[in-house]
Design a protein around this ligand. Structure first.
Ligand code: C5P
Length: 220
């Protein structure tokens, strides 16, 4: 493919979302927040009265094919309803992690993810962008940070939103989600063989963006 894709994969709260959005903005590229698609799928499944488990796998996958999703100016719409805040809760993230372990659901979301690729390029944020969805991408980054640093960032995000937050509960949730994402049989969270590792434990999002831009320029 001649349309360039920059993949940013990594564990929850590693700063991928912030870095990927800033990169897309700087380069004038489209942006795929694949985690949002799993969050939306989980919400739609709950709304349809489905259990987020293997017994409902085929039904959730069928539901994915009929989702009416719109991303517009940082807002997300599902079947005409604004679900921007509903999909951003910790619970929505945990539910996304549950549906994301169902192979048929992952398969059902492939075409939708590919449809985000358009000129002049795409920045794709997720867990399996480099390994499964865009294996031919010319630049793949695996962004990590220590679990403590990630919990700390999530804590500050929640407090800034005016939500209550508990550091030890956040750390436990994050470790549970990491464990599930890394151990699942389909598309487990891991760096692609040709991914560059970027540890953001001790750097700001801005510094991470500068590093990725430098790598991107080296490939031009
Ligand atoms: O990145 P975010 O926290 O929004 O992702 C929510 C959940 O969706 C993750 O914990 C993971 O289980 C799942 N996910 C995935 N593959 C992706 C993106 C997200 O399995 N490409």
């Amino acid at each position: 493919h001649t349309i360039p894709v920059i993949c940013l994969d990594g564990p929850t709260a590693s700063g991928k979302g912030t870095v990927a959005a800033a990169l897309a903005q700087t380069l004038g590229y489209a942006f795929l927040d694949s985690g949002a698609l799993y969050r939306i799928t989980a919400l739609a499944a709950i709304r349809a009265g489905l259990a987020l488990e293997a017994s409902a796998e085929a039904e959730i996958a069928a539901l994915v094919r009929h989702l009416d999703i719109r991303f517009e100016a940082e807002q997300v719409w599902l079947n005409g309803e604004n679900i921007t805040t509903a999909i951003r809760t910790e619970e929505a993230g945990m539910n996304a992690s549950r549906v994301s372990g169902l192979p048929a659901v992952r398969t059902a979301l492939v075409a939708l993810q590919h449809s985000f690729r358009c000129l002049p390029g795409l920045v794709a944020d997720g867990r399996d962008m480099g390994t499964i969805i865009f294996p031919q991408a010319p630049l793949k980054i695996f962004l990590t940070a220590s679990a403590e640093a990630r919990a700390q960032r999530r804590y500050q995000q929640l407090i800034a939103k005016g939500d209550s937050a508990n550091m030890s509960a956040l750390l436990a949730d994050l470790q549970e989600r990491d464990a599930r994402d890394m151990s699942r049989s389909v598309a487990p969270l891991r760096p692609a063989q040709d991914a560059l590792l970027l540890d953001s434990t001790h750097c700001t999002a801005h510094e991470a963006v500068q590093q990725v831009l430098a790598w991107w320029q080296q490939r031009q």
